[in-house]
Every structure is written in structure tokens, then in C-alpha cells.
Design a protein around this ligand. Structure first.
Ligand code: C5P
Length: 286
């Protein structure tokens, strides 16, 4: 039995902008993404018994193709022309689900990377990313990781100068957001305020963490329902009061993150937030 282990890292959006609706119904995105050290551990075992089986420390994960990890494995067999094999996927989840931090997409990316290694298929990173785009718009980025600009549906990626090392506190409030629903809200009420992506790119190029922190912005925050928007704003304010250089919501939320240049301040922020929220993490850029 062949086995492999992959770490599936969470991501945050340093910026998230929507440029318009595309003829295919998807939205044209412009985002600056960053992977962080919070991760799920994905273990793959090739087995004799046919089919894809998933186990996890979280019992509510779907066992079928609705689970992006399963969908990724099935796409790998289909597109790669390899005879379908038996596969057991074990996911140790630490990334909260439905949190705007690409947990499911990252697990799918880990499955594609792992299967490529285990089966000796030898697909290039760009071929794997193309395969990932069939599974979901964020999966190609999760295959690549690091600091990158994502355009198109999110699948066109340009690597950027790495975010300077720092401490990133993530806090997920206790509600979930539906991605298609939030896109619909944006369609109905296009927000005026937008991120300044060129300024963000310039701050990254200069290795200026304060500059990056000043340019954090996500257009989805303005289209959240009012109560949820209030909660997200409150967490941003709490993070900044604890010394974050800047704070913003990630993806379609509701996770909020703050960038810190001092570990001590980041740890204090984690302690304070943990008195109110269940899902709080101290991470680093990876
Ligand atoms: O690509 P993915 O399956 O992750 O997208 C989930 C949903 O998010 C899509 O069905 C669509 O409603 C919305 N979406 C979008 N534009 C994008 C990415 C996602 O409208 N660029």
C-alpha cells in the first residue's frame, strides 16, 4: 500500500476586488492572496479496493463528490487517463469550514499534489493547476501557494514578492456565509469602495509591511448582511486595538485577520479574542 502526506495551507486575501460579471456567470476577480501556516493534514493511501473513501476528525464533512477532496481525486483519474484506483483520504482538519480561508480548496489541492507524487504521473505544476480549476476557482492558487495575484475566475495566477515575515491572527466569528449568495448581493449593490491593488503590489515589492497593512481591503465586507458586517467590523477594531498594523476579512468571510509585526502583541490579541470566539489562530505567512 502506497501512502503520502500533504499539508494543506489556509489562505487569506490581502485584497479582494470584483471587476464585473462574465458571460459565463462567474465574476471577474482581482485578488492578492497569501498562504498562512494554519493547515489541514491530508494523508492519501492507494488501496486495492476501488472507490474514494474519506475519513476526518470532523464528522460533518461530505463523503461524496460534494467534498472537493473527493472531486479532485475523481478529476485526477478522469483527466489523467489513469485507470481508477482505490484511494483512502484522511483529512485532519484544523482550518475552519465555510470560513473564507479556502480550507476545502486547499484539501483538494493537496489531493492533486499527493496523487501526482504517489502515482508517478509526473504532471507539471501548471497542468495540476489546470486540473484544479475544474474543481474550484481557488484550487489553482492553493496548488501554488505563497504570495500571488489571482485574476480571471481566480485561476490566473502571477507570483508576487513574498509578504514580509509577520504574525497573522485569524478569527472566525460564529456564522457562515454562502459564497454564491454573497456574489448575488454584490450584483445587487456594487460597493463604491474598492482596494487599491497597484498600491498593494507596490508595498509588497518594497517589502513594506505597514504599507501592505494600510492597503488591506475586501469588497465583500460591504455587502454582508448588516449584523454580520457589524461583527466583522468589531473584530477588525479589536485586532487594531491590540496593535495590528491593519485588519481585513478574508475571501467571502467571515474570517477576519490582522497583521502584526510583533509576536507578543499577536499573542495578546489571540488571548483576548479567545475569550469571545472559538476559532482564533496565530499563524505566519508560508
Ligand atoms: O469556482 P467555485 O466552485 O469555487 O465557485 C463557487 C461559486 O462562487 C460559483 O458557483 C459562483 O456562484 C461563485 N463564483 C463567482 N465568480 C468567481 C468564483 C466563484 O461568481 N470568480
Amino acid at each position: 500500500m502506497k501512502c503520502g502526506v500533504e499539508e494543506a495551507y489556509a489562505k487569506i486575501n490581502l485584497t479582494l476586488d470584483i471587476l464585473g460579471v462574465r458571460p459565463d456567470g462567474y465574476h471577474e476577480m482581482d485578488m492578492v492572496m497569501q498562504s498562512v501556516s494554519l493547515s489541514d493534514t491530508v494523508t492519501l493511501s492507494l488501496e486495492d479496493e476501488l472507490g474514494v473513501r474519506v475519513t476526518s476528525n470532523r464528522e460533518d464533512l461530505p463523503q461524496d463528490r460534494k467534498n472537493l477532496a473527493v472531486d479532485a481525486a475523481l478529476h485526477f483519474w478522469e483527466v489523467n487517463g489513469k485507470k481508477e484506483q482505490g484511494l483512502a483520504i484522511s483529512i485532519h482538519k484544523r482550518i475552519p469550514v465555510c470560513a473564507g480561508t479556502a480550507g476545502g480548496s486547499s484539501d483538494a489541492a493537496a489531493v492533486l499534489r499527493g496523487l501526482n507524487r504517489l502515482t508517478g504521473a509526473g504532471l507539471s505544476q501548471s497542468a495540476l493547476m489546470e486540473l484544479g480549476s475544474l474543481v474550484g476557482s481557488d484550487v489553482p492558487y492553493c496548488i501554488m501557494g505563497g504570495t500571488a495575484r489571482a485574476t480571471g475566475r481566480g485561476e490566473i495566477l502571477t507570483p508576487l514578492t513574498s509578504l514580509p515575515d509577520c504574525f497573522i491572527v485569524l478569527c472566525k466569528p460564529n456564522f457562515s456565509v454562502s459564497t454564491p449568495e454573497l456574489f448575488r448581493q454584490w450584483d445587487q449593490k456594487i460597493p463604491d469602495q474598492r482596494p487599491n491593488t497597484p498600491n498593494m503590489l507596490d508595498a509588497l515589492l518594497k517589502g513594506n509591511l505597514t504599507g501592505v497593512a494600510n492597503e488591506l481591503y475586501n469588497v465583500f465586507e460591504a455587502v454582508l448582511p448588516p449584523d454580520e458586517q457589524t461583527e466583522v467590523r468589531l473584530i477588525r477594531k479589536l485586532l487594531c486595538a491590540e496593535g495590528a498594523l491593519g485588519a481585513s476579512m478574508s475571501g467571502t468571510g467571515p474570517t477576519v485577520f490582522g497583521l502584526f509585526d510583533q509576536r507578543e502583541l499577536a499573542e495578546q490579541a489571540v488571548s483576548k479574542l479567545k475569550t469571545r470566539y472559538a476559532h482564533v489562530f496565530l499563524t505566519r505567512p508560508v
